[in-house]
Design a protein around this ligand. Structure first.
Ligand code: NAD
Length: 494
């Protein structure tokens, strides 16, 4: 029986509905404890979300486990249709979800939150159409025998989410996992859980009970209980490198697969023949300043050819000055806040290291908001760091804030080596009009997603994922669904 259609008049009503509850078996289930979720723009407590303990986490996995055989018995194409219908219902409530997301993440509603829920619904709908593509093979072997392979679901999938783009990253896990016949326990990000709960509860109205469950809690108690649970057959994680490494060790100890989407320090190489206007626009979108740089794929190392350097910097500065930093809910705002004080301290720590470096040139753009209900602490100006040595932490490490290192180059071989000089390998871009430079550089750049004359936009049908310590495995695309959420069984009939 579907639940009554969800309807909320205000974002506050949504937050009240998800106060100290998990979503398990299609129902809101009270949690014994709560943790505060803050609105980063005002500093006020936005609401209290569940702080799930080990028992509550285990109960969610048990519910998902109990629902899995029944879900897998539904034909894949029918499962897909149900997910697609759920996706359309999510799209229909996109404004309310965006309102909640803006309040909990501090991301601007116009430039970030509405687009995020649109992309998330699009991803879910894309996977909904792929049920009929879950095909095995017939293998020529012996004319008197039939040898086939089939794709089976894995069982219960644990999907662990970060706060920066929870709905898109959630959809990239939930969509393919469900369509492939798995049931799912999502661990929402404790920094920004409410929009995830709303998106998921809208979906559960179109799915059998227990197929999609969401719990909230911290990583130490709830996350650890989830990854260690013996009925979790697969972990799909997006988040930091350190937590990804810890989760991979747990998966190894249990001999279960884990896919990891981790950090990055993506280079953008601007050649002397690049179209200046396009390169500047690409740098601004690539640096993800509208998300305060809190993006795994942020183009946070920009290598500009000497010949173009001065004109590029002048135009970039002019454009950055135009970005409006302010209230995430204001329609005129381009740039909202950093997520929390801890993250702000990390970012400012990196900038302080740059400031202490001889020859560094630090440039800040735009005006910080003043007055009103806004707390000033988590707003930050887009910041460019020039003149740093190549081995400086601000050039080699992920900052996850509105800060990019701008480096000069003149020798092509040298810039390729420098671009490949970190342990990350998530994304890279090259800006040139020369086809041979495009072909050569794209083949040599050590990144899972390499682009020429553009910066990343997620397409559901185009896989992306990192090399090196940026992660393991791909997300998006049919291949990602098959690779991460199915197992292949060989059947030989003699
Ligand atoms: P985080 O690693 O701190 O937390 C991510 C999630 O893991 C949270 O839900 C957290 O509660 C949980 N967690 C923490 N410890 C855990 C444990 N021991 N066991 C199980 N779960 C645990 O990351 P964050 O700060 O939320 O997100 C920022 C990071 O995410 C950045 O490093 C960023 O680069 C990365 N990221 C990567 C991608 C990508 O697609 N590659 C996308 C977005 C963000």
């Amino acid at each position: 029986q579907p639940n009554a259609p969800l309807s909320f008049a205000t974002a506050d009503d949504v937050i009240t509905a998800y106060t100290q509850v998990n979503l398990v078996g299609g129902a809101r289930v009270a949690s014994a404890a709560a943790l505060d979720v803050k609105n980063p723009a005002t500093g006020a407590v936005l609401g209290k979300a569940a702080a799930s303990n080990a028992e509550e986490t285990e109960a969610a996995v048990a519910t998902a486990k109990a629902a899995q055989a029944g879900w897998a018995a539904i034909p894949a194409r029918t499962r897909g249709k149900m997910v697609a219908e759920a996706a359309r219902a999510v799209a229909a409530q996109s404004e309310m979800i965006a309102q909640v997301l803006a309040r909990e993440t501090g991301k601007a509603i116009r430039t970030e939150c509405r687009g995020e829920i649109t992309v998330a619904a699009d991803i879910l709908e894309f996977y909904g159409a792929l049920g009929s593509e879950l095909k095995g093979q017939t293998v020529p072997f012996n004319p008197r025998m039939m040898t086939t392979t089939t794709l089976e679901p894995l069982g219960v999938v644990a999907a662990i989410l970060p706060w920066n783009v929870p709905l898109v990253l959630g959809a990239l896990k939930i969509g393919p996992a469900l369509v492939a016949g798995n049931t799912v326990v999502v661990k929402a990000s404790e920094e920004a859980p409410f929009a995830t709960f709303l998106m998921a509860e809208i979906m559960t109205q179109y799915l059998p009970a227990g197929v999609l469950n969401v719990i909230n809690g911290d990583g130490k108690t709830c996350g650890t209980a989830l990854t260690h649970h013996e009925d979790v057959a697969k972990i799909t994680f997006t988040g930091s490198e350190a937590v990804g490494e810890a989760i991979y060790k747990v998966a190894a100890s249990r001999i279960i697969p884990a896919s990891l989407e981790l950090g990055g320090k993506s280079p953008m190489i601007i050649c002397a023949d690049a179209d200046l206007d396009k390169a500047v626009a690409g740098a601004i979108s690539g640096m993800r300043f509208t998300r305060q740089g809190q993006s795994c794929t942020a183009a946070s190392r920009i290598y500009v050819h000497d010949d173009l350097f001065d004109s590029f910097m002048e135009k970039l500065g002019t454009e950055l000055e135009k970005l409006v930093i302010g209230d995430p809910l204001d329609e005129s705002t381009d740039v909202g806040t950093v997520i929390n004080q801890k993250q702000m301290d990390v970012i400012q720590g990196f900038v302080a290291q740059a400031e202490a470096t001889e020859g560094a040139d630090i440039r800040r753009f735009g005006a910080l908001p003043e007055g009103g209900d806004l707390a000033p602490d988590l707003f930050m100006q887009p910041t460019l760091l020039l003149g740093l040595p190549e081995d400086h932490p601000c050039v080699t490490q992920e900052i996850f804030g509105p800060v990019a290192a701008i480096q000069r180059w003149s020798d092509y071989e040298d810039v390729i080596a420098r671009a490949n000089g970190t342990h990350y390998g998530l994304a890279a871009s090259v800006w040139t009009k020369d086809l041979s430079t495009a072909l050569d550089s794209t083949s040599r750049l050590n990144a899972g997603y390499v682009q020429v004359n553009q910066n990343l936009t997620i397409q559901p049908n185009v896989s992306y994922g990192g090399f090196g310590r940026s992660g393991l495995g791909k997300e998006a695309s049919l291949e990602a669904m098959v690779e991460h959420f199915t197992r292949s069984k060989t059947i030989v009939i003699n």
